[in-house]
Design a protein around this ligand. Sequence first.
Ligand SMILES: [Zn+2]
Length: 544
Amino acid sequence: MTARKNSLISLADVTIGARFLWRLPAFLRHRISPEQARAILRRRFEQREADFLAIAKSGIYQQAHSPYLSLLRLAGCEYGDLERLVRQDGVEGALLTLFRHGVYLTVDEFKGRRPIVRGNVTITVDPDRFRNPNSRFHLVARSSGSRSRGTPVMFDLAFVRDCAVDTSLFFEGRTGTRWPKAIWGVPGSWAIARVLELSTFCAPPVRWFSQVDAAAPGLHPRYRWSIRALRWGGFLAGVPMPRPQYVPPDDPLPIAYWMAEVIRKGGNPHLSTFVSSAVRICRAALDAGIDLHGAHFTIVGEPITGARLAVIRQTGATALPHYAIIECGAISLGCLAPETPDETHLLHDLHAMIQAGPDGATRGLSPLALLISSLRSTAPFILLNVSMGDQAEMTRRACGCPLEGLGWATHLHTIRSYEKLTSGGMTFLDADVIGVLEEVLPARFGGAPTDYQLVEDETDDGSPRLRLLVHPAVGPLDTEAVSEAFLRAIGAGAGVERVMSLLWRDAGLLRVERLAPRTTASGKVLHLHLDRTLPARSASHPKA
Ligand SMILES: [Zn+2]
């Protein structure tokens, strides 16, 4: 986006902003009590099938231009058939049958990057057609697909409240409803939605740390306006809102000091932030000798690995994941008795979820690909068996934690993107790269999990180039040996990758550089950073 465009605020922004400010005071005045949250959840479980059918009716069958309607008609499934399927096999059973009959979307189809092709029928899609016609829009977010310009995602405040019901029960399970809370993110609706969500069941966060200076020139005026609208709405509702305080990603010590101060006074500080941001704070705390026993994190937006979690736990702090995707909100919340670093409970009151299974291969989906369907009438998009590019292990086990007691019995873990990066003929799977960058290289050359990053960019003549960034703090090392170790680890296993890694080695397409890993515009340190100069390419993770 150009600087000139950045300075403009559109009519749509003004309209949405005005609606936001109008609705905000009433939103803030009505708190959800734990009893209410439990009652709402019970009701959602009881009415789950009816809710699913109601969304299908009003959001798809009554919308002549819905792309899902075309898919359902191709599959020969009229509304009455869907009703029968749900009655017979339940929501997930019906979704599996639909999937086998071609009713699903890949992430590329959902985002309009590719037409939908089923048999000899091709459907060209405008991603706007997936918006929920029953949802009002009060907040705008921009998702950030790694391969294309993000689609604006617009939220209804009622949807923030719908998600907050589950989040409130998550905090209750952690006995953390009254913990003094803070967030550390980048300006935008993720931060605002977190502030609002906390305000609906406990209190607004006591501190709001921002990784970008809100006064920085070039920042879209929408961000400043949304912060102002939030503070005004809080003032009108008698619920004072915090002011964002700038804490840059490379100097997170002020947050560690805030946490230590809360602990010293006998409290338990809680911070919501990105996974790599929590790791940064904890590394800074360890270096400065700050003890964080009693501190808690909720970590979002990036894969959670054992290596990253170990750095956090070394400080004495605890961390639980909150898996969310900007297009559909919260998906699962951290198990309180986890067996794997990112074990979570699927919020099946908000979404229905199935996996592609063996049928996925012929449809361009990993067998573990998650296919999501909306259940809440306030959701920003209507999703019907949509893959957002993530896969996970989906299991049922008796963990005995309070979230299971609430009825969330399905677990998701090892949540990863299955989107592949193909560069110079070599294909990397995000999930494989993570293991090499977080475990293999730090084990051999030292440093922490966020010290290594793969950056794909292009040379002046447009040839692809891969750079492996190694943080200078790791100390002196033989870059040739790092390159060798990386290629060998990536090439371990399948024969094809082995051949490709040899090709890459011979062509010298991988270069090791001593630079700090890049942070994306959305504040995350990705394992695989796409560094493109083309304006249409953004470089961040598809998750919220
Ligand atoms: Zn659990």
